[in-house]
Design a protein around this ligand. Sequence first.
Ligand code: HEM
Length: 396
Amino acid sequence: MSVDTASDLYWDPFLLELNTDPYPIFKRLRDEAPLYYNEQHDFYAVSRADDVERAFADSKRLINGRSSVLEFIKANIEMPSGMFIFEDAPRHTKHRGLLSRVFTPKKMLALEPEVRAFCERTLDPLVGSGGFDFVTQYAEIVSSRVIGLLLGIPEADQMAVRAKLDEHVTSGQPRDVQASNFEGAMYAEYIDWRADHPSDDLMTDLLNVEFEDENGETRRLTRQEVLTFTTLLSGAGNDTTAKLIGWVGKLLADHPGERRALVEEPALIPGAVEEVLRYESPGMQNARYSAEDVEIAGGVVPAGNALVCIMASANRDERRFQDPDRFDVRRRPAGIMTFSFGAHFCLGAALARLQGRVATEEVLRRFPEWTVVDDGAVLEPTSTTRGWKHLPVTIP
Ligand code: HEM
């Protein structure tokens, strides 16, 4: 099969109007151009579940070392050492392994009572209010606070970090370098403070962990390295999780029968969160750079090119999921690509799932029904993520 450049089939992640409903074009890509080439921006794209999975699994030839964000690959931006989402083996393995040692499933599960208490404190004042913004008054607050809990940053200060960050992140752009620098400066203050005030949190663990570096020397992380790890965790886990919880608000409002099933049978909630992650992936796509010629999806990506792997399309691939455009909380989907696959599989997936589950349980406990006010709802698609910036809801 040859690469499709037919002029009537056009997709690029920067055409934000396509993102209002990208699924019809994703279906066309899967059916008509499983290996798509975009001449205007010079990149390739795969959209079928098997191909996206195969590309993510092929981390030796399809590398992250030039970034996994298309515009960063094209701009050839240099990434700081330790920003391991943009590194390859062996350096990636070492850095990821180091974070995995302190960012354990046990540590994440231990956060559950605190996450729940925080959801309760956020929702209780809204009971009887008649309505609220599901995103700015709930989803964003929960996701910011959980990162703060993880890192040991006091609550009031964590919200200030988020507000400042939002001023810097322009809609339609990925998180820009300016925002990352700003975030870095905020976290730098806490690293110095934590070094003097150790506690039971991840920042303290990062300051104390001993490891063997690439020169065979056993040492602790430098302040700069702790800062990079902290910025990576916060950058990867904050906005994505807020968008997941925002989609819970939207999808359950759009499917009241499914919502009723969850109220009647809360044991279905973990599976429902998985279905939300499949149906509306907060991250739309991640890119790779071809270190050599790679045969995929019936064609070849020549060495030295960007390959965009569209997770949001893979999750709606009828070759993997039966009746994929139906939202079904009992589906329990296996093989979703939302958290990537292989070497770079999301390190925070368990924490994101935990937050999605607890946030949904606590909402449904108080509000078995809500309606979205379409007038005020604002979708915020950027070239990398897709979700709600505002989702006003009324409660009976
Ligand atoms: C619904 C929420 C989330 C989604 C959709 C998501 C998605 C992703 C994806 C797609 C990747 C892989 C990128 C690639 O392959 O190039 C990734 C990596 C990563 N995520 Fe998440 N993420 C979420 C939440 C979190 C949270 C809560 C944290 C931590 C607090 C986190 C930490 C990370 C880290 C550290 C990596 C880098 C892993 C590596 O490169 O080895 N994520 N995430």
